[in-house]
Design a protein around this ligand. Structure first.
Ligand code: BG6
Length: 449
């Protein structure tokens, strides 16, 4: 069977930084496919290839084709159809994988076009197809449902892959195993024992080359509606009947349905956003908020999140703070609480903090960390998230993709944060917006980092 990945947004940031390296690694691992990159930026394949900074090997480049392509051009459909036909020629079985790495505002047009191409292709072969849609899926609930209706006119749900690359991350999958393969963890993972959860995702970089994309999206659509809510579902879902996609989805959907729309939130924007564009851009690049998962086992545990761009240091971690009853029982205010710290960036570690005796003292304890370090234990060669995601697509395995129900529930949860009238604090680059500390004070907690 000949597989062809048709890469919309083929000259974009995502394709260049994440997808091409993933495709290349998969080819090196023995997967066979052709890649047709579509883009407007370069007029010829030579220019396109010259732009690929990562010096790709000839074995990859010979499968990388390029079409200078304007989706709105009058001949767009016939142009793309003939480029596909040229790759399909002489094959009896073909799989076309349309990968949309585009602004959500272009989805409708792209899908309409793919439908038209579908009707044009006459390859005298067995033709299978898939469509891959990057996050954010839509701008809000209404647009997500609309895009989905259009998608389902041309593809079955089985053929549609909605991407959230966080599901391809090692730490996410580890979260589930840590929770469900360990009796000692399972027994303490609830509102009897946990006091609060913090999720901190601070990024050092700004929106860089992606201003055009980002200014239409903002932090809520870029990372909260998808990555952050997926992390929360993995942290709080009940035990699935098995670690199968179908069983996991049932539990994830329950969590999302139990979260009310986020009402306590703050937004910020870094001072120099779009400074070189000559326009005033007010899109938020940072947010902090609090939510509750209203299930029997998690109700009452506040989950505090802060995430955004242009921070002093890139830092991603989850802090599970346990209740501190010992302090009262032992009448000793100095006894620290226990906690689990899952650090994702700069490297994947899991720490459990426990109080142990300080030598040569009389009954004095101090918190000590028990650490797991992914690269020390297993080596650094875990595949990048996108490699796992693309591999699953090639294998027709939908286990690492959010369902439409998860996506619509997530839009419902973040809906209050999408209104244009929420105040946006302007923060100097490399500093946290002031509201992060105000929120901590108001809620009587301290950010772990
Ligand atoms: C992407 C967002 O989905 O995720 C980016 O568009 C963000 O703005 C990125 O920086 C973070 O992903 P990762 O894999 O670098 O943690």
């Amino acid at each position: 069977m000949r597989r062809i990945i048709i890469q919309y947004g083929g000259t974009g940031d995502l394709a260049e930084k994440k997808l091409y390296p993933a495709y290349r690694n998969l080819m090196e691992r023995g997967y066979e496919f052709e890649l047709l990159a579509l883009g407007r930026r370069f007029s010829t394949r030579e220019e396109f290839l010259a732009s690929l900074a990562h010096g790709a090997p000839p074995s990859f480049l010979e499968h990388l084709h390029y079409l200078h392509y304007d989706m709105n051009g009058p001949d767009a459909v016939s142009q793309l159809a003939s480029a596909i036909m040229a790759l399909v020629k002489g094959t009896s079985e073909v799989e076309l994988i349309y990968y949309l790495a585009l602004q959500p505002s272009l989805y409708e047009a792209a899908i309409g076009e793919i439908k038209a191409i579908d009707a044009t292709l006459a390859c005298h072969c067995t033709l299978k197809k898939k469509i891959i849609v990057e996050k954010p899926f839509g701008f809000d609930t209404e647009s997500a449902l609309r895009y989905n209706t259009i998608l389902e006119q041309a593809f079955t749900d089985q053929e549609i892959y909605r991407v959230d690359h966080y599901l391809g991350k090692e730490f996410m999958q580890n979260l589930l195993l840590m929770r469900f393969h360990n009796d000692i963890i399972r027994r303490i993972w609830d509102n009897q024992t946990i006091e609060s959860i913090q999720i901190i995702f601070d990024e050092e970089h700004g929106v860089d080359q992606r201003l055009g994309f980002y200014e239409q999206i903002g932090v809520v659509r870029d990372t909260i509606q998808n990555h952050i809510l997926q992390i929360i579902t993995f942290l709080t879902m009940a035990e699935p009947a098995s670690i199968s996609f179908e069983d996991i989805v049932i539990e994830k959907q329950k969590v999302l349905r139990s979260i009310s729309p986020i009402e306590e939130f703050h937004m910020g924007r870094y001072e120099s956003l779009g400074a070189n564009s000559g326009r005033v851009i007010t899109t938020p690049t940072y947010a902090a908020f609090k939510l509750f998962v209203n299930t029997y086992y998690f109700a009452g545990i506040p989950i505090y999140v802060r995430t955004g761009k242009m921070q002093k240091k890139a830092k991603s971690l989850i802090y599970i703070k346990f209740k501190n009853t010992t302090r009262e029982v032992m009448h000793d205010e100095s006894i620290a609480e226990n906690g689990v710290i899952i650090t994702i960036h700069p490297e994947l570690t899991i720490d459990i903090s426990m109080n142990l005796k300080v030598p040569n003292t009389s009954w004095k304890s101090k918190p000590v960390l028990f650490r797991f370090n992914q690269s020390e234990t297993f080596g650094v060669n875990t595949p990048e998230a996108y490699e796992q995601i693309v591999e699953k697509i090639l294998l027709s395995d939908k286990s690492l993709f959010p369902t439409m129900e998860e996506i619509t529930e997530s839009w419902r949860i973040v809906a209050p944060m999408l209104t244009d009238d929420a105040p946006v604090e302007v923060y100097p680059v490399r500093t946290l917006p002031r509201f992060t500390q105000a929120m901590a004070k108001e809620n009587n907690f301290t950010w772990f980092a």
